[in-house]
Design a protein around this ligand. Structure first.
Ligand SMILES: NC(=O)c1ccc[n+]([C@@H]2O[C@H](COP(=O)([O-])OP(=O)(O)OC[C@H]3O[C@@H](n4cnc5c(N)ncnc54)[C@H](O)[C@@H]3O)[C@@H](O)[C@H]2O)c1
Length: 278
């Protein structure tokens, strides 16, 4: 449903790899709501993934960039202003990757060069984005910048590994930079903490299907999917949330407020029954 919430707004969406990507859904919804956008992803993702397909569909130019590289980011912000014809109103950072997870290094056996890469790609890149945008004065007053997080920043989730530390840092950067950007330029900075979602990055998480089943049973509204996340992002980019900044906002069907639900309890006791009869 189109509400014209982003009519006339200009945005940059980082991290749309394929149709499953959360950023893909956000890009589609943002354009549906009247925005014009540019898309960015790593050169290899643009070559191997479907970003070009999305660009054609949405009439959005693609600016290949490694988000850990400051010069690449400078290019993305300055070219986007040129292409879209003015300062940027909203930005989505939808980027995450742990080389330790990929290499199956457990949290008590991390490779530290890889740990640095996890933090750089998944969290420090957000600081780089904010710093570049501010130095170039690329964001319109009242603009809105979002990154995507996960509740493993606050609580331990088996298998989430060093991405938990990356998300904790991401949320901290959101607060620290949000203060400066709000004070100086009236720009909002927030994270949305999303339910587990079956995407390329999501499927790398150990035990992802079980995790999704668990949170589905725990959350009173069930898991939020990528489309739900896209709707929330649109509202956060819009003028309806002008005074919301420095927040970590849960889009998780209520999971973060729960301790134990009836559905999860039933499943757990079924499991116990089975294990005692085996
Ligand atoms: N899927 C989930 O369960 C879930 C839950 C909560 C939060 N998130 C977060 O949502 C965001 C998007 O992930 P997704 O689930 O849509 O998966 P995805 O795999 O579709 O997206 C991850 C993106 O990060 C990009 N990327 C990796 N390294 C990069 C770099 N150096 N520079 C620029 N881009 C780079 C990838 O190319 C890819 O497009 C991530 O921050 C992820 O942690 C995902």
């Amino acid at each position: 449903m189109n509400h014209n919430l982003l009519k006339g707004k200009r945005g940059i969406i980082f991290g749309a790899l394929n149709e499953q990507s959360i950023a893909w859904k956000v890009a589609e919804r943002a354009v549906e709501e009247g925005a014009t956008i540019t898309l960015s992803n790593t050169p290899v993702a643009v070559r191997m993934g479907d970003t070009n397909k999305l660009g054609e569909k949405l009439n959005a130019e693609i600016l290949p960039a490694d988000a850990t590289n400051v010069e690449d980011l400078e290019m993305v912000f300055s070219k986007s202003i040129e292409i879209l014809g003015g300062k940027i109103d909203f930005v989505l950072h939808s980027i995450g990757m742990s080389p330790n997870v990929r290499k199956k290094r457990t949290y008590d056996d991390l490779d530290y060069d890889l740990f640095n890469k996890t933090l750089d790609i998944s969290a420090i890149s957000f600081h780089k984005m904010l710093q570049v945008a501010r130095k170039l004065d690329a964001i319109q007053r009242g603009g809105s910048i979002l990154a995507l997080s996960y509740i493993a920043a606050q609580r331990v989730f088996y298998g989430y590994n060093d991405m938990a530390d990356a998300k904790a840092l991401l949320e901290s950067i959101t607060r620290s930079f949000g203060y400066i950007y709000g004070r100086d330029k009236g720009v909002r900075v927030n994270t949305i903490s999303q339910s587990p979602t079956m995407t390329t990055a999501g499927s790398g998480v150990k035990g992802m299907s079980d995790l999704m089943d668990f949170s589905e049973r725990m959350a009173p509204l069930g898991n939020a999917d990528a489309d739900d996340c896209a709707d929330y992002c649109v509202v956060m980019f819009s003028d309806l949330t002008r005074k919301v900044t420095m927040q970590n906002l849960y889009n998780d069907g209520g999971f973060s407020g729960m301790g134990m639900s009836l559905r999860a309890m039933k499943q757990y006791s079924n499991g116990l029954d089975e294990s005692t009869t085996e």
